[in-house]
Design a protein around this ligand. Sequence first.
Ligand code: UDP
Length: 479
Amino acid sequence: MAEITQQLHVVFFPFMAHGHMIPILDIARLFTARGVKTTIITTPVNLKTFTNALEHSEKAEGASTIHFEVFELPSNGLPDGCETINQAMKLDKTYNFFMAVRMLNEQLEQFLEKTRPTCLVADMFLPWATESAAKFNVPRLVFHGFSYFSLCAEEIVRLYKPYKNVFSDEDTFIIPSLPHEIKMTRLQISEFVMREATGFQDALNAFRESELNSYGVIVNSFYDLEGDYADFFSKELRRKAWHIGPVSLCNRNIEDRAQRGGLQAFQDKHECLTWLNSKQEKSVIYICFGSLAELNASQLHEIATGLEALEQDFIWVVKNEEEKKSQEWLPPGFEQRMGGKGLIVRGWAPQLLILEHKAIGVFVTHCGWNSILESISAGVPMVTWPSGAEQFYNEQLVTVVLNVGVPIGAKKWSNVPNADDFVKRDAIEKALREVMEGDEAQERRNRVKILKEKALKAVEKDGSSYSSLSALINELRNH
Ligand code: UDP
C-alpha cells in the first residue's frame, strides 16, 4: 500500500499569511505521514519560515520529506522582502500584494506542466489556480482555512441577503435555513458581502466560482464539532468536502509545538513554561489576537486596566511593539505592579504550548479559526473578541452553537483589525469573570473538555478526520 500511495503527489499552494501557511504545513505533514509525496509552493522569505518550523521536526511524523518549490514574487510596487499579507497591509499595499500573487499563475503553470502532480491544494485567495490546474488536467482542491459553520453562514448571507430585512445596522436578523437560530447585525457582516457594486464583489464571485469549479474543499475541522454544518455544506450547498482536522494535533512533541509557525518566539519556551509551571491549574488568562491584529494604544490601555482590576494571572501577546512604545499603552507602573502576575509577550508567542498548559484557564481570542480549533483541542473555554474576516461567524459557533465561550461584546466588523470598535474595561472584566467563575463556567469547561476528547479521537487511526483523509487519498488514487 505504501508503494502505491508513494505515486501520489499532492502540491500545496498556501496564501502568504501565517494563518494560512501554518495549517497548510500541518496538512502537508498529514499527507506525508500517509506515504504521499508532498510539495509546498512558496516564496523565498516564506520558505525560511517553513524550514524554521520544521527545524526540530526532522524525526517527527510526516515532517522530513516535504518538498518545497520556490516562486519569485513579482515586485509590483512592493518593497524587497515584502512577501506576506501582514507586511503588505502595514505598508498599505494590500492591493499590490494580491495583484503580485495573481501574477504567480505563469510560474504555477510551468511547474504543473513539468511535474504533473496528482492534485493541487490551493488557497481560496488563489481562485485562478482552478483554471491553471485544469489546463494540465490536475484536480484542484480549495483550502479556505474556515470552519464549516462560517462557510455555510457566509454563503447563506450572500445568497439570501437577510441583512436587507432590518431597518438599522444594529437590529438583529436571523440567518435563514441554518440548523441553529443564528442572529447577527449588519454591523457584524463583512462590508465586502454587503457592498454590491464594487470590485470586491467581483473578487468574492471569483472565489465562489473557483470553488464551484474545483474538485472539492479541504476543511480543517472535525465531524463531532460541527457535523450539522458539514452535512449542510455538502447536502444543501452541494459542495464536496473532506474534514481532516484539527490539523494542529499533528504537532505531537514539545519542540514541534514550540516552533509551530516558524517565527522567532519572543519568549524562550522554557521561560514561558517555567512561568506557567509556577501557576495554579486553570488560573491563567491567555490573550492573543492572532498573527495579524495590532490593537490601537487606547484599546491596549483598556485591556491593561481591565486585567489589573481582575487580579488574575495572565499571558498577553502584544504585536507591534517597535511602533508603539509600552509607555503609550500601559498605565504607569503597570509592569512593576503586575511583576510575577503577568507575562507580556511582545511579538510571536508559542501558542500551542501555552494553550495546552494546564495552568491556562481561558483564552481571549479574536476568533481566527486556527485559534478557536487550537483552544478546543486544548480544552480551553474562550472569551470571543472578533473584529474582521469571518470572525463574527466563528463567534456565533463558539458562543451559541457549541456554548464554550462568552462574547466580549465586539460590535463592528472592520477590514483593519479592531479599527472601529472599542471594548471597555468593564466588559472585559465581566466576560472574563463569567468564563472563570461559578457553576455555568464549570459547565462550559466540561463541554469544551468533551470536545477536546472528541478532537483527539477524530485524528486517531479510524477517527472521523483520519478516515476522511483516507477517503480523500483513495479518491485521488482512483482519479
Ligand atoms: N500564532 C502563534 N503565535 C502568535 C500568534 C499566532 O502561534 O503569537 C498562531 C496561532 O496558533 C494560529 C495562527 O498563528 O495557528 C493564527 O491563525 P488564526 O486563524 O487564529 O488567526 P489569523 O492570524 O489568521 O487572523
